[in-house]
Ligand binder design. Structure first.
Ligand code: ADP
Length: 248
């Protein structure tokens, strides 16, 4: 079996007084489409920040592509779209193409010149999220769902192997959520992007994902979606302390 792209072993983390993650062990293999589920405050964003190298665990080990997270030198292999990305108001003075091109700074460095083919790369990235006709539009004039697609294109422009998305459907109209997930599934299947998604939309996303991880301080379950479907509702509620929806 090939080496996992992400491997966490016994990772624990606490903010000053709050223990947030306890003994987290998690492996993500190439091609996985993993949904991380958990109630508010369960540590999902903290776990993503650890993967991105923004927070250092108190104990345990994090490996990315087989290398220690502390010395990992290929951050551009991991594309990240945060929850707050699509907060542009209508006055923001940047075109869609400019926003997408700004994703290249991760690869080339902040003060280097844009490569000559940046325009072509931006066009390709926008095409993979179905937004090729919007490149000269002002980002602030787009809907929440369209902006979110643009931010995914911005992450895709440096050709990452993993895409990490923190609640990407917040701010997307209900009727557009399914087509948003269809787009992600295409990236997963046709471009072989490994996708990690923090979400509450367990029903909507369920026909698209391959794996589920249930987090509430610790990982209560991690496995194939089909195994998740066979977990009882009572067990889920025990983990979360309140009612959660199961995949139907
Ligand atoms: P989730 O993403 O699942 O909602 P978070 O990882 O954001 O959870 O937060 C987990 C816990 O850590 C919460 O109790 C939250 O209040 C706390 N927390 C988050 N960020 C900080 C911080 N910067 N300082 C102190 N506590 C924090």
């Amino acid at each position: 079996m090939s080496q996992p792209l992400i491997e966490m072993k016994n990772v624990s983390f606490q903010y000053e007084y709050t223990q947030v993650l306890k003994n987290i062990s998690l492996k993500v293999e190439e091609g996985d489409f993993l949904a991380i589920l958990g109630p508010n405050g369960s540590g999902k964003s903290t776990l993503l920040k650890i993967l991105l190298g923004l927070l250092k665990p108190m104990s345990g080990e994090v490996k990315l592509f087989g290398q220690s997270n502390e010395t990992f030198a290929h951050r551009e292999w991991i594309g990240y779209v945060s929850q707050k990305s699509n907060a542009f108001n209508s006055g923001f003075p940047a075109t869609v193409e400019e926003v997408v091109k700004s994703g290249l700074t991760k690869k080339i460095g902040l003060f280097k010149r844009m490569p000559k083919d940046a325009k072509i790369l931006a066009k390709e990235a926008l095409a993979s999220v179905g937004m090729e006709d919007f490149s000269s539009r002002n980002i602030g004039q787009l809907s929440g769902g369209q902006q979110q697609r643009v931010f995914i294109a911005r992450a895709l422009i440096s050709n990452p192997k993993i895409l990490i998305l923190d609640e990407p459907t917040v701010g997307i109209d209900h009727e557009n959520v399914q087509s948003f997930y269809d787009m992600l599934a295409k990236l997963n299947e046709e471009q072989n992007k490994t996708i990690i998604l923090v979400t509450h939309d367990v029903d909507t996303v369920s026909n698209r994902i391959s794996h589920v991880a249930c987090l509430n301080q610790t990982i209560h379950f991690h496995g194939f979606k089909e195994e998740f479907e066979s977990i009882s509702q009572t067990e889920l509620e025990n983990w979360y302390g309140h009612a959660v929806r199961k995949i139907h």
